[in-house]
Structures are given as C-alpha cells and as structure tokens.
Design a binder for this molecule. Structure first.
Ligand SMILES: *Cc1c(COP(=O)(O)O)cnc(C)c1O
Length: 418
C-alpha cells in the first residue's frame, strides 16, 4: 500500500460531508480528543440551553415549569426523539435513570416474563456493571437464577430451553467488536428466550435497528456518543409487543397509572411510562435535548461511513508509522457497513506499556484512554474528529516512542480513573 502523507489527509477533510459539524462543539485548543466513546465533547448549544432552563424556566415559572416547560413529559418526549437513532418506534423509549439501573429494571422484567427459565446468558467480556447488576438481581430474587458467561463467539450456540434472557452489550467496550444483533436475537427467539441489549457504545456511533432485529429490551447511555455530558440521563427500550407484560420492580410514583391521585396501591401506567420511577433530572434532560439536536441534523449513515474511514486510517497510520513498536490490534480490522462482527467507532491496540503510552499521549494533548490490562483505546466521533486529528495523533504517538517518554517513572503508578 502507498504511504499516506499529510496532503492526502487534507483532501479527506476537504471532501468530508460532515466537516461543518465540528464548529458545533467546544473543543479546547491544542487537544486532540479521541475519547468521545467515554465522554462525548460539549455541544456549543448545551450551555445556552441549560442556562435558559435555569433562568427562563425554573427561575421564572418555578413549579409551573413541570407543565408549562414540559419538564414532566421530557423522559418520553426525548425517548421519542432518540428512538430514531436506535431503530425504535414512538412510545418504545424512555430517557430515565442510569444505564445500570435501567438494566436492573428490564432484566427483572424479562426474568418475570420467563418464570420457568433460570439462566441469564452473557459473556465474560461484557462491561462489568452489567454483570454486577445481574448478580445483585439474582441475589435479590433468592439465588434461583444463574448468570452463565460464555465467550462472545459461543453465545448463539449456548442459548437453550433454560435461557430466560440473553443479556449482551452490542459493542464490546475494550475491543470495539460489534455483535451481529439480528443473528443473536433470532437465535434467542428460536429457543424462546428474550434479549436485552446494552447500546452504550452503539447509540450515536452507528445506525442501530432494534425493531428490524426483533430486539425485546435495550438500555444505553447518553454521555458517550450522544454527548449529553457527564452522568447524562440513560435510556431504555421496551418493544411495544412486550409493554403490557413487562413489569419492573422500581415502582416509583411516576410509573403509576395516575400519580397525582396519590393512591395507596401501585398500579402501573400503560406503555413505556411504567418504566419511569422518579422525578426526572431536568437539567440533564435539557442538555441531552440540545445535544440530540446536533446529532439529529446529521445523517447516521454518513456518520458511520466517516467513522469507518477514521478508524481504518488510524489503523493504517499506526502500522505505517510505528511498525515495530509492539502494538497488537485487538479491534476487528474490517468494519463492514453490514456488521457480521464489524467494528464500532473505536480502535484498540494492546501493548505491554499501554498505560504509560496513553499517559504520555495525554501529556502531549492527545486524549485516548486505557483499559486493564494492556488496552489503549481510541474513540472516533465523526461529528468533531478530523482526519488531520488522526494524522496528528499518530505523529505524536511516534514522537512519544522515539523519545521514550513512556518510560517516565511517574507513569508507573495508575490513577483512579483511567
Ligand atoms: C458506559 C457503560 C455503562 C455505564 O453505566 P452507568 O450506569 O451509566 O454508569 C454501562 N454499560 C456499558 C456497556 C457501558 O459501556
């Protein structure tokens, strides 16, 4: 393959149909941000929208804001706006709570819908909070269930008549590998099992089509590729065909059929609203609202095309510029648009000095992150990452290695957040 040079890269940026979106984000000078898969960058419209909520809505309308400013409806209204990004229909998505809590709620609902089955099937490579929440729920239910962990490639074959729920994260957080959601869901349904998909590293990263895949339940967060800010509200999806049967245990007053009747006994609301528990965090919701405006202005297929191009370029440049440096690609090399084990919007390399290399890159203004034991993770967010950023990041990586900056003894100790 021909060596790429910086003129080739400039051409890619000039031809990029999404290049106008970068101005809609706040990005500090001198920083190349390749960690939008962990915390998306700040959309310019968010501070203004949050400030308007504080001064014009809360400040002026006080408690009247719940109706006048639509605060009470936001979990479902934003759910409907977000639905298009994940292939859900109206009334199938609510924006509430956190990913972990939503997982607990929907896993519980799914188990109750398969009372004769004992097994929650997942994979050891799943994100730990998903496994921990399942373990906590099993304990809560008296230990009758089993969390069975099977490596990613064996999942479809491990589904049997005792499987109640197949609980998977669509995009692996370390490797960026993407499950074939349609195939796994079909395999689950063939055995009478339900599926619960965690879309944390999928929503906003590439087109997701829950309904085309026949998905039953899903959860995900808004602060990664959806750019809603640290701790932004999460979402949950319940396919409309399950909504009458799905009951979740966190039966707070706002999931009641008639919350303002203040009755003694809980009666679930119809539809997705029964999965709302408490008063929504409106500041976080309006931040998501403004962030979604940006996302929904972009064509998700164009986002996917650029995401693949950025990832392909990064892999090619790392291999071109640092050929004997010991990096081992652990993400799928091919990121097909139709995804039989494609790659999400991140590229990960394993390296024995991974932590120190990431710290050295951060010192040079290139922000990626590190995941135990030896994974360097780089996220590509097509709305604000340029091809030139990928080029510059790899030049900085080359410079770190040339100067042995990662041998600095201060990097021998790990920080609390990696
Ligand atoms: C980021 C992430 C979460 C985060 O859970 P919170 O409850 O929002 O902290 C959950 N699951 C997966 C797969 C993630 O990547």
């Amino acid at each position: 393959m021909d060596r790429l040079n910086s003129a080739d890269i400039d051409r890619l940026d000039t031809d990029d149909p999404l290049r106008g979106f970068r101005d809609r984000f706040v990005l500090p000078e001198g920083v190349i941000y390749l960690d939008g898969n962990s915390l998306g960058a700040l959309p310019r419209a968010v501070p203004e929208r949050v400030s308007r909520m504080l001064t014009d809505e809360w400040g002026r309308n006080l408690i009247g804001g719940w109706l006048k400013d639509g605060w009470m409806d936001k979990p479902l209204a934003l759910g409907d706006r977000l639905a298009g990004l994940i292939g859900a229909g109206p009334g199938e998505v609510a924006v509430v709570d956190t990913t972990s809590i939503n997982l607990f709620k929907l896993l519980s609902a799914a188990l109750a819908m398969r009372p004769d089955r004992r097994v929650i099937l997942s994979n050891p490579e799943n994100f730990p909070t998903d496994l921990y929440m399942a373990q906590g729920l099993i304990e809560q239910l008296g230990g009758r269930h089993e969390l069975r962990l099977v490596p990613e490639t064996g999942i479809a074959g491990a589904i049997d008549e005792d499987t109640a729920v197949v609980m998977l994260t669509e995009t692996n957080f370390k490797s960026g590998a993407v499950f074939d959601m349609a195939a796994v869901t079909a395999a689950a349904h063939a055995k009478g099992a339900l599926t619960l998909w965690d879309l944390a590293h999928s929503a906003g990263a590439f087109p997701v089509d829950l309904n085309a895949c026949g998905g039953d339940f899903a959860v995900g967060c808004s602060y990664k590729y959806l750019n809603a800010g640290p701790g932004g509200p999460a979402f949950l999806f319940v396919a409309s065909r399950h909504q009458a049967d799905a009951r979740q245990p966190l039966t707070g007053w706002l999931g009641h059929a008639d919350p303002f009747a203040f009755q003694t006994d809980f009666r679930p609301a119809e539809g997705i609203r029964r999965h709302v528990c408490s008063s929504p965090g409106v500041i976080g919701l309006v931040a998501l609202e403004a962030a979604l405006d940006v996302m929904l202005d972009a064509d998700m297929h164009a986002i996917r095309r650029k995401s693949i191009a950025l990832g392909d370029l990064f892999i090619r440049l790392v291999e071109q510029e640092c050929p004997d440096a010991g990096f081992q690609l652990i993400s799928p090399r091919a990121a097909h648009e139709t995804r039989p084990w494609g790659r999400g919007s991140q590229v990960s390399f394993a390296h024995p000095d991974g932590y120190a290399i990431i710290q050295s890159l951060i010192a040079r203004g290139v922000i990626g992150d590190f995941r135990d034991p030896d994974v360097l993770r780089f996220g590509f967010t097509p709305l604000y990452t340029r091809f030139a950023d990928v080029w510059d990041a790899v030049q900085q990586l080359r410079a770190v290695l040339d100067a042995d900056e990662h041998r600095d003894p201060t990097y021998a100790v790990r920080a609390a957040v990696t």
